[in-house]
Design a binder for this molecule. Structure first.
Ligand code: SF4
Ligand code: SF4
Length: 79
């Protein structure tokens, strides 16, 4: 069963050096290497487009602060 998507990320692919640390850190396995090259000649990381749980592991792992994490607003729990 697919995991719920709780947010999404944006990656500054021009600043990414393709180290792969964020890919290894992501518990949802929703980051991969792009098949494209950036201007520095690296395959940058890219979000697969769904399944992010907004845990921020990628944000804290990236040594170059290339990733921004967004969390969707969720409805308040009913009492
Ligand atoms: S916030 Fe968490 S689930 Fe989302 S891409 Fe980053 S590491 Fe993966
Ligand atoms: S950790 Fe940062 S620099 Fe490394 S691949 Fe991920 S986004 Fe790129």
């Amino acid at each position: 069963m697919a995991r719920k998507t709780l947010g999404f990320i944006e990656i500054d692919q021009e600043r990414c050096k393709g180290c792969g640390l964020c890919i290894n850190a992501c518990p949802a396995n929703v980051i991969r290497f792009s098949e494209e090259f950036n201007s520095k000649g690296y395959h940058p990381a890219e979000y697969i487009g769904e399944g992010c749980i907004a845990c921020q592991f990628c944000y804290y792992t990236c040594p170059d602060v290339c990733i921004t994490v967004y969390r969707y607003k969720t409805p308040a729990l009913s009492k």
